[in-house]
Design a protein around this ligand. Sequence first.
Ligand SMILES: Cc1cc2nc3c(=O)[nH]c(=O)nc-3n(C[C@H](O)[C@H](O)[C@H](O)COP(=O)(O)OP(=O)(O)OC[C@H]3O[C@@H](n4cnc5c(N)ncnc54)[C@H](O)[C@@H]3O)c2cc1C
Length: 366
Amino acid sequence: MDILISGAGVAGLSAAVNLGARRHRVTIVERSSHFRVNGSPIDVRGDAVAITEKMGLRDKIRDQRLRMTESGAFVDADGTVLATLPVAEISDSDDDIEIAREDLAAVLADALPADANVRFRESVAALTDDGMGVDVGFVSGRTERFDLVIGADGLHSAVRRLAFGPERDFVKHLGVYAAIADLPAEAGAGGLNPTYNFPGHMASIMRYRDRALAVFLFRSDPLDYDYHDLDAQKKILADAFAGHDEWRIPELIAAANADAELYFDSASQIHLPGWHRGRVVLVGDAAHAASGLSGRGTSLALLGTCFLAEELEEDDLVAAFERYEARQRTYVRVAQASVVGGANLVVPVTWEDIAARNARFQAAAQ
Ligand SMILES: Cc1cc2nc3c(=O)[nH]c(=O)nc-3n(C[C@H](O)[C@H](O)[C@H](O)COP(=O)(O)OP(=O)(O)OC[C@H]3O[C@@H](n4cnc5c(N)ncnc54)[C@H](O)[C@@H]3O)c2cc1C
């Protein structure tokens, strides 16, 4: 089949690798001018590790394994360590692989089929599905016909909007926003990775290899802003931490302001009753975002794209989509249900909650 994939994140790249391996011809369109690989390291967990083995990529992914989370520590306003992170609390098993987003994307991009057609600065603008194929209009003005369109374009998916309806119908805001910025001044510095909390807020330094990141979380009701307006996002972030000169907050906010590729988004989930409509199907965050608080979005993307490609080996498209959904649903349910614990762990609401978490972690370390 001739398949269009919208989005070249983990889901889009993994879909292309899995479908290419089954001799489908894939075209990927990515809105950015390059693979968007910034962001904090992520985990490949549980059954997703076995999927990477099926894809022939497990060893390459394992070769890039990080141990960043193991050096996580919670500090007070003076930087004194109050507790370290018990890794068992957040991993599924010792087989989980923590990896930099850029390293995982590079492994997947290297494994793309030789004839994969990747187009940057391109996006889907219109979809017309006549039952036999989908005519796609692109923002560049180009039009093309495909047998199948896969929406792998993340939380704010354009394919989902065009085929299923507006985001507001499917999104569940979790009351937390996240931002991640490059922190070049800390690159290469060793030591623990400190996290400082004040009620409803978290600021953190994450160092791995020769890189360092400033990571922020804060609780907030849904905010009205333009996803493409970086200056507006920087202002929201600065406002959320305004008046806090303790620990290293001013320097981390300055790094966020200086980063031309700051990642900023809500922790939100997508809940859809079904992920296919005609010849259009969704994968990854576009279908079932669980949010960064689950720590499972990347694993879900790897699992679902492999299931979809396997099921598409049969001719009946609807049956294939339904089997893909049935296999993927269980994983999605677990991931989406896990977020409350995740939020309470990293961004407690009160000073009492912060102290209780630290005491629990101190006890776990004894
Ligand atoms: C820049 C960035 C940083 C992230 N950092 C973290 C993190 O630190 N921790 C964490 O847990 N999760 C993070 N995530 C989310 C995490 O990557 C996903 O939960 C998971 O990997 C599933 O990925 P996905 O491919 O479904 O979605 P995404 O990773 O969101 O990828 C979607 C891709 O589609 C592209 N795209 C979006 N709209 C369009 C469009 N209209 N047309 C074409 N392309 C489009 C995007 O540029 C992106 O490359 C981040 C996502 C992004 C985009």
